[in-house]
Design a protein around this ligand. Structure first.
Ligand code: E4P
Length: 218
């Protein structure tokens, strides 16, 4: 399973990439707004850190402008993936950008039939939002399962399921059990997959016992 970082904190992206656990990055306008920085500069810096897909979202809502914005953003680096919303105009832009061999991530997906249409439009990735469905009392994980099931019925559909709006490590575990191609999660959730109190406790004991030996390895 591929892991993307959902965020734009350069230091966090560098730190997690150094562990070899990152295959790409996703951003959205809210994430970019939080940085207080220039959008295209941030995307350029992220693309210098990882060679995996880096999602950059268009701001327009009409296909013509989305295509122009997408082509413009795609010039930043060859691993930029253009994010478009799952609307009729978004799918038009997706189809057009894919003709130019530009990667497209179709975002804000909340139903399996929407995901089917994004795949028909040639999306590189479909981003179903788990947490936002859970927030309104729906079953976000069921959506991931439904999309994976539908896509697997049609091997000619090459769109990868990118599980998004991931809020905690259990979401990641469930997505992996279902077999989604990619999960995008904030850095704190990825760190939550690594850290364990018993690991910290065990290491502390080992270090204290090692000190008692008075030895050094180097
Ligand atoms: C994914 O690409 C989205 O940016 C993200 O996962 C949204 O997550 P949120 O619902 O926690 O804002």
């Amino acid at each position: 399973m591929k892991f993307f970082i959902d965020g734009a904190d350069i230091a966090e992206i560098k730190a997690l990439c150094a562990m070899g656990v990152v295959d790409g990055v996703t951003t959205n306008p809210s994430i970019i707004a939080k940085t207080g920085r220039n959008f295209q500069e941030v995307i350029g810096e992220i693309c210098d850190i990882t060679s995996g897909p880096v999602s950059a979202e268009v701001a327009a809502t009409d296909a013509k402008t989305m295509i122009l914005e997408g082509k413009h953003l795609a010039k930043i680096a060859k691993n930029v993936c253009i994010k478009v919303p799952l609307t009729e105009e978004g799918l038009k832009a997706c189809y057009a950008l894919r003709q130019e061999d530009i990667m497209v991530n179709v975002t804000l997906c909340f139903s399996s039939v929407q995901a089917l249409m994004a795949a028909k439009a040639g999306a590189t990735f479909i981003s179903p939002f788990i947490g936002r469905l859970d927030d309104i009392g729906h079953d976000g994980m069921q959506l991931i399962e439904d999309i994976c099931q539908i896509y697997s019925n049609y091997p000619d559909l090459t769109t990868e399921v990118l599980a998004a709006s991931v809020r905690h490590p259990l979401h990641v575990k469930q997505v992996a059990e279902i077999g989604a191609h990619v999960v995008t999660a904030p850095a704190n959730v990825i760190r939550g997959l690594i850290n364990h109190p018993l690991t910290d406790k065990g290491l502390d004991i080992f270090l204290k016992d090692w000190a008692k030996t008075g030895q050094s390895i180097l």
